[in-house]
Design a protein around this ligand. Structure first.
Ligand code: HEC
Length: 276
């Protein structure tokens, strides 16, 4: 009896989490009819696991050591068409939609994406201003300058990856029509890369951090062109409060030409009947 009790106590002590009990981390990957689920332990036991030293934009130099597997290795064997996008669903409502050709690139001279895995035995630090870390799974890049990887391409707290082979069919209300002007189509790509992770568009998308940017009203309908431009470059220069979550986009993140295309896309969407 005593022994059982000590064993139980020991088990209870070992299991005692520092934070409220979290379920064991699992990662889901969905590619069409193919579905794979990995536990954190399975990922940490992979042969292609390596230790990377990366200075990212959230932990900076305060924490740089990550155990990680190449994303391309994780998707090996899954059907990913070259024009597909990969939706990275995070537990906090962030949902980056990233181009598969970038995320799974392995050519020399390009940036390489890895999935960093938080080992519960060596937890990562909390994110600045948040109660949790970037774990359990975090997309990090080596050589991130090579392909100009943007801030929204480092999704953290990932729960699932979904391969969307035909994004136009999945987001029919966010895509410009086939005959839309070239700058509108280019602006959509800027939107998808930089904004779609937090904002839905015309009801499409999975993000729930910021408001939909067309429904019920498009920002070009109530912000002057100058205010909208300023809001994207530096949101706090338009409205400022302690809980604001949107960060600004510098010229390095979105060039002036890309910003003009992005605004052309937003204005175009305003004229598109919000269907449904
Ligand atoms: C990290 C998440 C995030 C990203 C990325 C992001 N936003 Fe936001 N955005 C928000 C949130 C949250 C708000 C609501 C205000 C706040 O909390 O800052 C907001 C507010 C806005 C608003 C004002 C809406 C209103 O009526 O109050 C506009 C316009 C906007 N965003 C446009 C954009 C555009 C364009 C991009 C891409 C270049 C973008 N956002 C990228 C999170 C984001």
């Amino acid at each position: 009896m005593r022994r059982i009790l000590t064993t139980l106590m020991f088990a209870a002590l070992c299991a005692a989490p520092a934070a409220p009990a979290a379920p064991a981390a699992t990662l889901r990957i969905v590619a069409g009819a193919q579905r794979v689920t990995y536990t954190g332990a399975q990922l940490l036991a992979r042969r292609d696991l390596r230790t990377l030293h990366i200075v990212d934009s959230i932990y900076g130099r305060s924490f740089t050591r990550f155990e990680a597997v190449p994303l391309a290795g994780l998707f090996a064997g899954l059907k990913v068409p070259s024009l597909a996008v990969i939706q990275c669903d995070a537990t906090d409502g962030f949902s980056a939609v990233l181009r598969a050709s970038r995320l799974l690139a392995t050519e020399p001279g390009t940036s390489t994406a890895y999935l960093a895995i938080e080992d519960p035995a060596h937890p990562w630090p909390r994110l600045p201003g948040k109660t949790a870390s970037a774990g359990p799974f975090y997309v990090v890049w080596t050589n991130s300058r090579a392909s100009a990887i943007g801030a929204e391409e480092w999704p953290y707290q990932i729960a699932a990856f979904q391969v969307l082979s035909d994004p136009r069919a999945v987001f029919p209300h966010a895509y410009p029509a086939g005959d839309a002007a070239a700058n509108v189509t280019a602006g959509f790509r800027v939107f998808q890369k930089n904004c779609f992770a937090c904002h839905r568009m015309n009801g499409d998308g999975a993000a729930s951090i910021g408001p939909d940017l067309n429904r019920p009203m498009n920002p070009t309908a109530y912000l002057t062109p100058r205010a909208l431009l300023r809001l994207i470059r530096d949101p706090a220069s338009v409205r400022s409060w302690p809980g604001m979550q949107m960060h600004g986009f510098s010229v390095a993140a979105i060039s002036n030409a890309d910003l003009a295309d992005l605004i052309a896309y937003l204005a175009y969407m305003r004229l598109r009947e919000p269907a449904r």
